[in-house]
Design a protein around this ligand. Structure first.
Ligand code: TXA
Ligand code: MG
Length: 355
């Protein structure tokens, strides 16, 4: 057990003394959790295999699930990859810094452990001054999966990071809650046509404007568990985002969803279970249960994305046995939200209108 140092910094103008002391740990092969615009990441020097191995251990992450490598400038991509395709240039210009991760063919300088033995590498440039300053001061690309224990909801605050990793990592840079709340979109350009492997902070519809050929891999919808050979990103097969409680997602037209959620609250209530409901502003007053929370308004998908992981963790801390969550339409940021909810439920999905 080590002592985890908490360094509080301003999210726009971080104190460079503190950034430098965090960067010192990265240079020495240590582990530093830091905020990005999406979720908190757990960082290690991506070119130091020992540090990356320690990263997997601290998170208890299976070694077949590679982290994303973070850079502070698009030019840093060059030495990490064999080639930058023209489409990647265009996307980096338009969407970096931001919540878009691109898959490239990896170069020789990248250690095997960093890419879990794959011949590709996932890279992004985060839109967050603390993350960018840390990468620059460390002088290396930073491998950073989300800073949670494997399988748990991703952390959107330093408190969540400490809940999972206190005593297992060297530093947490605390710059308050993250703004996007769901992870970056993972786009595979090694495939023709380019495919979204994980929907995230950059919506499919937005990518389509720049790259009309882009398609959604079936795994991005997370409607059901896919066979391993169909998943081109091994990590995407592992159970993810899951609270301690059982989670049920109810999907369909709003009135049918509300009726179905009420029915489930009643039947689980009769069996003596402690129930949490994840509703929306429009429906929250309909429910009576041990803990009822609103994700936000159905007309504000950014708010729903931002609140999702925090509320899953909050319901866990209330010790509920079952969480019943309303689904939302899988459009724009709603697709990322539904991907996380469906996976978190272990595909325990109920179609309220029978479709
Ligand atoms: O927003 C984010 O992306 C956050 C912040 C910290 O940047 N990071 C994050 O990392 O979500 P992580 O490691 O929790 O998720 C990375 C995802 C995994 O699903 C992994 O399987 C996939 O990216 N991935 C990594 N390398 C890959 C590769 N070479 N090919 C395909 N998928 C890859
Ligand atoms: Mg993760």
């Amino acid at each position: 057990m080590k002592k985890t140092l908490v360094l509080t910094v301003d999210f726009q103008k971080p104190d460079m003394e503190k950034i430098r002391s965090a960067a010192h740990f990265i240079k020495e092969g240590g582990l530093v959790a830091f905020p990005t615009e999406t979720v908190y990441g757990l960082g290690a020097d991506a070119l130091n295999p020992k540090a990356v191995l320690a990263l997997f251990k601290a998170k208890r992450r299976p070694l077949d699930n590679p982290p994303i490598v973070h850079v502070s400038d698009a030019r840093e991509v060059r030495r990490l990859v064999t080639e930058v395709p023209p489409e990647a240039e265009k996307l980096m210009k338009r969407f970096w810094p931001g919540p878009l991760t691109l898959i490239f063919r990896r170069s020789e300088i990248v250690p095997d452990v960093t890419v879990a033995g794959l011949d590709t590498i996932a890279i992004r440039m985060p839109r967050h001054n603390v993350a960018l300053a840390l990468i620059r001061e460390s002088g290396c690309p930073i491998a950073a999966p989300s800073a949670n224990l494997a399988g748990k909801p991703s952390p959107t605050s330093a408190k969540h990071v400490l809940h999972d990793l206190d005593g297992r990592i060297d530093v947490v840079l605390d710059a308050g809650p993250t703004s996007v709340g769901v992870e970056s979109t993972v786009l595979d350009l090694m495939f023709d046509p380019p495919q979204i492997l994980r929907p995230g902070g950059t919506p499919y519809e937005t990518l389509q404007n720049i790259l009309p050929r882009v398609i959604l891999h079936p795994i991005a919808l997370a409607e059901q568990k896919l066979q391993v050979q169909k998943a081109r990103s091994p990590g995407m097969m592992h159970r993810h985002y899951a609270p301690e409680a059982d989670l049920i997602v109810v999907e369909g037209q709003v009135p049918a969803v509300v009726n179905k959620v009420k029915e489930l609250v009643d039947s689980y209530g009769r069996s003596g279970k402690k129930i949490g409901v994840l509703a929306t502003d429009e429906t929250v007053s309909e429910y009576k249960a041990f803990a009822v929370r609103s994700l936000g308004s159905r007309s504000d998908l950014a708010a729903i994305a931002k609140n999702l992981f925090r509320l899953l963790r909050e319901l866990d801390s209330e010790d509920v046995d079952v969480i019943i969550a309303e689904g939302i339409p899988p459009k724009e940021l709603g697709l990322a939200v539904m991907n996380r909810l469906r996976k978190a439920s272990g595909y325990n999905i109920i179609k309220a209108d029978g479709k």
